[in-house]
Design a protein around this ligand. Structure first.
Ligand code: ADP
Ligand code: MG
Length: 386
């Protein structure tokens, strides 16, 4: 963190030839449990991680917003009164889209001063840890402060989501931004995707000596996009056939009726979502009543459900999960949209090294590309740093 801070400070000066007036940061996130439940208006349980995006900012006298990133060679600038989703392209649509979205939430863009913004991050990009929410939430927090908008964190989450939906064009839910803004150290953000109510739930991983190991398989199977669309369609068809507006309204007790009514494949898609919602609720309750070492079976069951019922796993993810479990993980599951990406394993601290070695060995034996392994901790949400 200290390193990232000084690197943002010097990066700002070398790009813009003056000093940053303030630094803000926001974290990436990992989803502990609750997969493909968001668009079914159900529950998710992510946490903010100790990998962050930092931004340095200095106000300008004119109405120009200029953004630069360590990941991009050139700065991009635009006048505040010219901000529209269509005017934004590439990586700069994330930070500039947030400025536009703040206007949609009442910021008087035509009357405000611009700013120079420089961005650095240690959230891996495209690894399923939401570098996108980290950049959005850091910019939202910074502009909210310097423009004196007074928007609360739940509203800033909606700002980030609007930017991603409209300026970037990605039809994502509000989970990532909620985690990045509302996260707290060693706690998860239990989110109801229908009411958008969020509750911070202590995880207790630190006291229990547990770490969350990320196993990024670095594979991305080509049917990921089509697979996602067809799963969404199955969920909508299942809800319609069952006479509910979203699968969130079904409970495990409704599954026998669903089995009668639905074709075999749609039934299994529905069963994943209904049982996954229940597993999120059970995870929150188990953490409260029994502590984190008791949630392993729920993580394992989540993986089995995605593998067998939702059919979005792949051999690399299954191998990562099975190997981690076999080497002593408390529980493990694939995380994210599926067909590649990362698995997570909840592991006792002293087993991080042997479990990592076992996974690397199994991947080598199978002839798969070498996965990237690292641990993450639940960390605080977006904050002003300086
Ligand atoms: P993920 O959120 O899983 O990391 P996404 O595809 O949703 O992956 O978002 C990644 C995109 O966000 C990058 O391709 C880039 O356009 C933008 N982005 C994220 N972090 C940065 C950064 N530090 N600098 C510039 N652009 C970034
Ligand atoms: Mg993203």
């Amino acid at each position: 963190m200290t390193e990232l801070r000084s690197s943002v400070t010097t990066g700002f000066t070398s790009r813009f030839g003056r000093e940053a007036h303030g630094l803000w940061s926001a974290p990436g996130r990992v989803n502990l449990i609750g997969e493909h439940t968001d668009y079914n208006e159900g529950y998710v349980f992510p946490f903010a991680i100790n990998r962050r995006t930092l931004i340095g900012l200095a106000p300008r006298e004119d109405a120009v917003l200029r953004v630069a990133s360590s990941h991009a060679p050139d700065a991009v600038e635009i006048r505040l009164d010219e901000l529209t989703p269509d005017a934004l392209h590439g990586w700069s649509a994330y930070p500039l889209g947030v400025a536009w979205a703040l206007g949609q939430f009442g910021a008087p863009l035509a009357e405000l001063h611009g700013a120079d913004i420089y961005i650095e991050s240690d959230v891996p990009i495209g690894a399923g840890l939401s570098s996108s929410a980290a950049i959005e939430c850091a910019v939202a927090a910074a502009l909210n402060d310097v423009w004196g908008l007074g928007l609360d964190r739940r509203t800033l989450a909606r700002v980030g989501q609007l930017a991603e939906n409209r300026a970037v064009g990605a039809p994502t839910g509000i989970m990532d931004q909620s985690a990045s803004l509302l996260g707290e150290a060693d706690a998860g953000v239990f989110l109801d995707c229908r009411s958008l109510e969020a509750e911070v739930i202590p995880l207790g991983f630190d006291a229990a000596g547990l770490e969350l190991l990320i196993i990024d398989t670095r594979v991305s199977h080509s049917h990921a996009t089509g697979g996602y669309a067809s799963r969404r369609a199955s969920c909508e068809a299942g809800a319609a056939a069952m006479g509910v507006s979203a699968l969130r309204d079904l409970h495990p007790g409704d599954l026998p009726r669903a089995e009668q009514l639905l074709d075999e494949e749609t039934f299994r898609r529905v069963r994943h979502v209904v049982t996954e919602d229940q597993r999120v609720l059970d995870t929150v309750r188990t953490l409260r009543e029994e502590g984190p070492r008791a949630i392993g079976a729920l993580l394992d069951a989540s993986h089995a459900s995605m593998r067998d019922d939702f059919e979005i796993s792949c051999p690399e993810l299954d191998l990562a999960v099975d190997t981690a479990r076999g080497a002593g993980a408390i529980g493990a599951r694939m995380t994210g949209g599926g067909f590649g990406g990362a698995a997570i394993a909840l592991v006792p601290r002293e087993l991080v090294a042997p479990i990592s070695a076992a996974v690397l060995g199994a991947f080598a034996d199978a002839g798969y590309a070498t996965p990237t392994l690292f641990t993450v901790r639940a960390a605080a949400g977006a904050a002003r740093e300086l």
